[in-house]
Design a protein around this ligand. Structure first.
Ligand SMILES: C[S@@+](CC[C@H](N)C(=O)[O-])C[C@H]1O[C@@H](n2cnc3c(N)ncnc32)[C@H](O)[C@@H]1O
Length: 277
């Protein structure tokens, strides 16, 4: 699920099963539980509130399959939705095709690398880098370039909002156990599946390889397996603040969740906002 991940990687194919939307399709209690386990039950509402407060077009960096893009556009915002993955953007476009024309017209889907983003518009009121996107650009300089690009596209006084996992809650040693996830439903096939995930030891660049496979139960009883692999680079809270400041932004808030709880060692997430100076 980063720049080097091929289109057929299973993390892309199962994305909407792993990270469901409560606003698109027909969510069930399992979807709510999955988002709660990830600590992102409130993320779409959080970004929608920021967009409503800030007005103007929204730049969404790492839009993926549109989990946030479509709710933003439905709420009336013009969204420039950027992603490096053709396969993720294809899923976004397929979902947009089912939206009313007015919603479709508000979304500009762009394939680009966030680290070297250069859009014609430079007057965004909000740049959102949601749900671990910055971690999934697994290189320190590229992460810094991404924040600099976001800042360059903001109007003066515009806001950056982002969230990443809190690395203090993540395993940093190798974990080869590949324990199965809670069963999930593949939204494309309706079949149940589990994800078995492993991680490498955190390396000197704060990078980790996350890899494993999906096991989907087919109607005839066979199990279909498909592999996934990607890297992320963990970002620590105060490192993130320094990176944001170095990009020419003033940190406005750092919270431990989307409801504004104080950040602690046990917080699931780092949720930060910053203002362009
Ligand atoms: C965890 S997904 C988040 C997707 C979406 N924002 C959401 O909340 O569901 C991370 C996304 O970041 C994208 N991404 C990773 N590296 C990128 C880069 N260098 N430039 C732009 N997008 C990137 C991936 O393709 C993927 O769609």
């Amino acid at each position: 699920m980063n720049k080097d991940v091929p289109d057929h990687d299973a993390s892309i194919l199962y994305y909407d099963g792993d990270y469901p939307s409560l606003e698109i399709g027909e969510p069930d209690a399992g979807d709510v539980a999955a988002l709660a386990r990830l600590g992102i039950l409130g993320d779409v509402a959080f970004y929608k509130e920021r967009a409503a407060a800030d007005g103007g077009p929204v730049l969404e960096i790492g839009c993926g399959t549109g989990r946030l893009t479509i709710p933003l556009a439905r709420a009336g915002h013009e969204v420039w939705a950027v992603d490096v993955s053709d396969a993720m953007l294809a899923q976004l476009r397929a979902k947009l095709a089912a939206e009313p024309e007015a919603v479709r017209a508000r979304v500009h889907a762009v394939r680009a690398d966030a680290a070297s983003l250069d859009l014609p518009a430079r007057d965004f009121r909000l740049a959102a880098v949601p749900f671990n996107v910055l971690m999934l650009i697994p290189d320190f300089q590229a992460q810094r370039s991404t924040l600099a690009s976001a800042a360059a596209h903001l109007a003066p006084g515009g806001r950056l909002a982002l969230d990443v996992m809190n690395p203090l809650t993540l395993p940093m040693d190798e974990d080869a156990s590949a324990a199965p996830s809670t069963p999930r439903r593949n939204p494309r096939t309706g079949n149940q599946y589990v994800r078995r995930s492993r991680c490498s030891r955190l390396d000197e660049r704060q990078r980790q390889r996350i890899h494993g496979w999906y096991e989907e139960l087919l109607p005839d009883g066979r199990i279909e397996m498909s592999e996934f692999s990607y890297h992320w680079r963990m970002i620590f809270r105060y490192e993130l603040e320094l990176m944001i400041e170095a990009a020419g932004l003033a940190v406005e808030s750092v919270a431990g969740d989307f409801e504004g709880a104080p950040w602690t060692v046990d917080s699931r997430r780092i949720v930060a906002t910053a203002i362009k100076k």
